[in-house]
Design a protein around this ligand. Structure first.
Ligand code: GLC
Length: 650
């Protein structure tokens, strides 16, 4: 887009560039800068236009992008060009991810390299290595309290180890995902230390206040993220003699994006990791990026503008790199992190599908898919060139983030239903043997979330303890049913390390004083490689889980209808225990998959006639893609076995 004001500013900026940038051959950089400059200027102006040094900041922004472009390795620039040509590459059904802690999975980065065969055996080709940046020991929030954004924590290895791992992944056609913790730093970060020492410029990197006046106003409308362990949103820093905003833990200082220096620093850090070979960057806690008195300080319009600006700038320097939005917020808010428009106001290409995850757990507890159906219906259609990250478990707690209106529409009382879910997954409900723990209990609101390993939440742990073969069987079925949903739904499935072999809760965290008050550590285990080896022994739980998941992954990769092109249709079936949807590939006629899951512990029947009217089941038999089984369709109904699923090609 050509617009005079921004274009003449661009000319001024280009003239003012430092000689070491100006005299380089940067053809692709300039074409992209020209294409994106109108948007970059408009957003930067909307956020920071009232500052007297606006032009100087704009120059600094362009120089930051240019310097990182100059540093970008040639092979990554080549990937950028290839991905520009094939810009929907990430929507393919080929991608299957796994999130892992590098120390939990394999001690350190070198260890991860030595275990890549395990991932490839399963079919995983996208690895999300949880935060690896330098953190203070102890007060690290699992890597999300960063002391140095450009240094690999010595416990995990070095930057060279990361570079080697990235190169190795590339050779295997595997993608690397890394975290960028945008919202806050550790109180041990250099910026915080300088602020503490009285440097006003760095105090302005954060939200600091001399007294409680402003913090008290903020508190009126801000919820608490960790009400039990870090109540309130401000912490008194005795050395600085000021209150500082700390939305998460008291040692995580929130960054102040009203200051353009913060934006430019964080852009530089994003580009730094892009240049170290990250294909995808997971932007942590993005809903919190903009703080405004009187609001919840989540999902503010400016938080979206910051993300749009990040995207536009990243597209100039490293257009092949994608962003994941980690925004665990209401369904109607999550969708906004894709941006308003796939070209003009793009934010993140990928977002965690926290709604689907929570709804799946709700269906496990109720054995009923009413809310699941309603909840999925209420998720607005997403943009083109945007995709979900579908997951069953991750390193965080499970929150019941579906809307109250949907819970009511499903026939429940929101508060009682959420309480039932907590009781169910903590095993206090009579119908449950689950072994989760309540996390983030808020005495004021009565809310609580859930911690616990997948296998323990679906009662595999209790079943194994009781040596109850039937219960073991049922738990395995639930694990597979949940995975069948995330593989088929549309988007990138993201497994969690340990889940493919049924890893149980790990209570080692209780012996560590830095972890014992945060029960999310119960599902951040040390990978047991002897257990993993049992995946090769027929008859073991590990074998049953691993091989069934591996099979699903390989089938998923073969079926183009599983690519995510907004090609899913939710099907209404007259049975409240079944969840059914179809996936189709418009480019190939007759390529349609019917996905059906039965969340009940009893077999459930699917009436055939209504399905025939929708164009399914036109023959006397149908084949399930995963098991290869052929089923007869001669009766009135098809029985879907308890806690099972089918992927029918029709
Ligand atoms: C994200 C992380 C979570 C962390 C929080 C604060 O939500 O996933 O583990 O506690 O951010 O950084």
């Amino acid at each position: 887009m050509y617009e005079q004001i921004s274009h003449s500013l661009l000319n001024d900026v280009l003239i003012a560039l430092k000689p070491e940038i100006k005299y380089q051959k940067l053809q692709h950089f300039y074409t992209r800068l020209g294409a994106n400059f109108y948007a970059i200027h408009s957003l930067f102006c909307s956020l920071y236009g009232d500052r007297p040094d606006f032009k100087k900041q704009m120059l600094h922004l362009v120089e930051t992008m240019a310097r990182q472009y100059i540093r970008r390795p040639a092979h990554l620039k080549k990937t950028d060009l290839a991905r520009e040509k094939d810009h929907n590459w990430f929507l393919s059904q080929q991608w299957v991810g796994m999130a892992l802690y590098c120390d939990g999975f394999a001690d350190d980065l070198k260890g991860v390299q030595s275990r890549l065969n395990y991932l490839q055996d399963l079919g995983v080709n996208l690895v999300h290595i949880m935060p690896i940046c330098d953190c203070p020991e102890g007060k690290s929030d699992g890597g999300y309290a960063i002391r140095d954004f450009r240094k690999v924590d010595s416990r995990f290895g070095t930057l060279k180890d990361l570079d080697e791992l990235a190169a190795n992944l590339r050779k295997r056609d595997m993608l690397l995902t890394l975290d960028v913790v945008m919202n806050h730093t550790s109180d041990q970060h250099e910026w915080a230390q300088k602020a503490r020492a009285g440097d006003k410029a760095f105090q302005n990197y954060y939200f600091t206040f001399d007294d409680r006046q402003t913090p008290d106003i903020f508190e009126e409308s801000m919820p608490e993220v960790f009400p039990e362990t870090a109540p309130g949103n401000f912490t008194w820093d005795a050395v600085m003699g000021k209150w500082v905003m700390t939305v998460f833990n008291s040692y995580q200082w929130d960054l102040n994006y009203r200051n353009p220096a913060v934006f430019i620093e964080m852009l530089d850090i994003i580009l730094f990791w892009a240049n170290h070979g990250a294909d995808i960057l997971r932007l942590d806690a993005v809903a919190f990026l903009w703080k405004k008195m009187g609001s919840s300080c989540q999902n503010e319009r400016e938080a979206h503008q910051i993300l749009q600006l990040m995207k536009d700038c990243c597209q100039v320097t490293a257009p092949g790199v994608l962003f994941i939005a980690e925004a665990i917020v209401a369904p109607t808010e999550i969708i906004k992190y894709f941006g308003e428009d796939a070209i003009n106001a793009k934010e993140c290409e990928i977002a965690y599908n926290a709604t689907f995850m929570a709804l799946l757990w709700e269906a496990v507890a109720t054995k009923n898919t009413t809310l699941l159906n309603i909840g999925i219906h209420s998720i607005p259609e997403k943009l083109e060139r945007a995709t979900w990250l579908n997951y069953v478990r991750c390193h965080d707690d499970i929150g019941w983030g579906f809307s109250d209106a949907d819970i009511i529409a499903a026939g429940y009382d929101p508060q009682l239903h959420r309480r039932f879910l907590v009781d169910y997954f903590t095993g206090s409900h009579e119908a449950s043997q689950a072994k989760g723990l309540a996390f983030g209990k808020n005495e004021k609101t009565g809310d609580a979330r859930i911690s616990g390993a997948l296998a323990s939440l679906v009662s595999l742990e209790s079943a194994l303890e009781n040596n109850d073969a039937e219960a073991i069987d049922a738990a395995i079925k639930v694990i597979l049913l949940l995975h069948s949903m995330i593989f088929a739904f549309g988007g990138i499935p993201l497994l969690y390390y340990g889940d493919a072999i049924g890893t149980l809760n790990d209570d080692a965290y209780l012996n560590d004083e830095n972890k014992s008050n945060d029960n999310r550590w119960m599902h951040r285990p040390k990978m047991d490689w002897d257990k993993a080896a049992r995946r090769k022994q027929p008859g073991t739980t590990e074998y049953r889980l691993f091989n069934a998941i591996k099979k699903m992954i390989s089938v998923r990769k073969e079926i183009s209808a599983f690519a995510d092109r907004n090609n899913r249709e939710l099907l209404h079936v007259d049975n409240m225990h079944l969840f059914a949807f179809s996936r189709f590939d418009q480019t190939i006629s007759q390529s349609r998959v019917l996905v059906i899951g039965n969340f009940d512990t009893e077999p459930q029947s699917l009436a055939l006639e209504p399905m025939r009217r929708l164009g399914f089941f036109q023959y006397d038999t149908v084949k399930d893609l995963c098991s290869g089984e052929t089923l007869s369709l001669l009766g009135e109904a098809l029985m879907i076995p308890a806690l099972s699923f089918y992927w029918f090609q029709t």
